[in-house]
Design a protein around this ligand. Structure first.
Ligand code: MG
Length: 183
């Protein structure tokens, strides 16, 4: 078992202790959600933490607090940064919601990567049934999961408008699963 798997197991165990009930999941893209063109115009090109706009981070935290949801990272940041580094940057922005994991990079539509995470989720120790989900992303490749997608605008990132939409989507029934990719 690799180090990240061990960390994942410890996290999952902590989750079982703290939240044994069914839960909701926010699949989180970062660029175009937690930052925006407007943000970069004001603050210039930055790296790491400089990519995280405090107000957008606060909205994601509020969404998770109000709906009792946890995060799964679906952004390409998962390929560039380790989960611990992402978690540390989020904490520096007061985004302290539990990060359950990251989707696998399958080099396919993001909707299929998210479906693969959902299909594998019953095997994640301590993770109860998933009773709601929403995908926050400024790209549209969600295939059959499009009804659970709240699309952000890269100009503004995650605003109050998308916060309201996301809370509504989280209250919907989960997609039927698993589903074959369309031919
Ligand atoms: Mg994006």
């Amino acid at each position: 078992m690799g180090k990240s798997a061990v960390v994942g197991s410890v996290r999952a165990l902590a989750l079982r202790v703290l939240a044994p009930q069914a839960m909701k999941v926010v699949f989180l893209d970062i660029d175009g959600v937690l930052n925006s063109r407007a943000w970069f115009e004001r603050h210039g090109p930055a790296r790491g933490l400089g990519h995280l706009e405090p107000r957008a981070c606060a909205r994601v935290q509020r969404l998770c607090d109000e709906t009792d949801a946890a995060l799964v990272i679906s952004s390409t940041w998962r390929v560039i940064h380790k989960r611990a580094a992402i978690s540390e940057m989020f904490r520096a922005r007061d985004l302290t919601t539990t990060i359950l994991g990251m989707t696998a990079a399958l080099h396919t539509a993001r909707g299929y990567e998210i479906q693969a995470w959902l299909d594998a989720s019953p095997a994640i120790a301590g993770l109860g049934a998933i009773e709601g989900m929403v995908i926050l992303d400024d790209d549209a490749d969600m295939v059959h999961l499009a009804p659970w997608h709240v699309m952000t605008d890269v100009e503004h990132g995650f605003t109050d408008r998308e916060l309201v939409q996301a809370a509504e989507v989280l209250s919907r029934p989960m997609p039927a699963s698993p589903r074959e990719p369309a031919a």
